[in-house]
Design a binder for this molecule. Sequence first.
Ligand code: ASP
Length: 402
Amino acid sequence: MSLSRRGFISSALAASVSPKFCHLEIDQAFAAEEKGHSPTPAKTPIVISAGNGYNYLDEAYELLRAGGDTLDSVLKVVTGPENDPNDQSVGLGGRPNEEGVVELDACCMHGPTRSAGAVGGVRNIKNVSLLANVVRQHTGHVMLVGEGAERFAVAEGFRRENLLTEAGRKEWLLWKETHSDWWGPGLSSPSWRSRLGARRQSEDWSERLRRIEEAAVNLGISPELRSSAIRSVIFPPTGTIHCSALNTNGELSGCTTTSGLAWKIPGRVGDSPLIGAGCYTDQDIGSAGATGSGEENIKVSGAHTIIENLRHGLSPLEAAMDALKRIVRNYSADRDRLKYVDMVYYVLRKDGAYAGVSLWEGYGSAREKPHQIAVHDGRKRLEKTVSLFPGPSHDWPPIFSP
Ligand code: ASP
């Protein structure tokens, strides 16, 4: 049955004045609920981040103390690693895709204006966090990707530059010359074990390691960088920074930026630039972000799930644990697979309560390097995250251990 334009307008009007759907009632209901568990405002500003933001927290905290905007404060933190060519997890010096091209992802949310910006798969522009913020401020869109995002960046005054450092290029060549790729079944595939079987049968790993080392020498990778380069080739690392901030007016913002996953298939986008997965900020509730296995986090919309959990009264720790349990559920609690998943959540509630929560205590063989959350609320510190499972995650792909 077709509805005339006039009929449509009058029925829409009727709905809008129907007492059942009165706006006032809905607003009152929300206000009452807010009052019910609205946390008291924070007495001091607070900024939290992934551990790699630690060195940049002072300036961000001072900005908050001086009454600065929470997103400006957050951007001060995340642009630190973006500008650092020696930080291989984000921005300049980030690890490239399988074609040797650095592709960056970022998103941000500004609580006070309830606005968001995001960019994915961006080449040649190092500060994608700032670019996401410009998308937020200067477009009617929320997300731009790839070539369009790069052209937009240049139009907005960002400088194109080569993001692949010499050290990154050599590491990529080492991977290219000696190693595998991302094609084939992933961890969530029913045939994931075929990865393990194929490698076990066909490879003599001590011989293979010897060859990789020889290639590293030939490529001129310096002895002090050699073992970490070999490790990155065998177990493609991820790396990201998330930061959230709260000021004493109760204003919140958050940002996540990354170069994603080393040697990824060009065009692969992880969770970091996805509003609701890598980052989510709700001015009424809190701000949350993620680092780790992006594919797993996308499937549970981690950051948004956490904020919704806070909204329903869970504490920051409980809210993030619940998101982790959803990842566990996706693998039917099969630890044989979950041990390859690395996930960390950073949660900041509107009253300044916070939590750093991880699936495992640390990653890979970095038992001695636990996951950490960096915090500054007048005292800057690194705190170990609370983990759902004991011990470290294992490196993917499964090569040396079954
Ligand atoms: N989550 C990021 C991604 O999947 C990587 C990371 O956080 O380490 O792109």
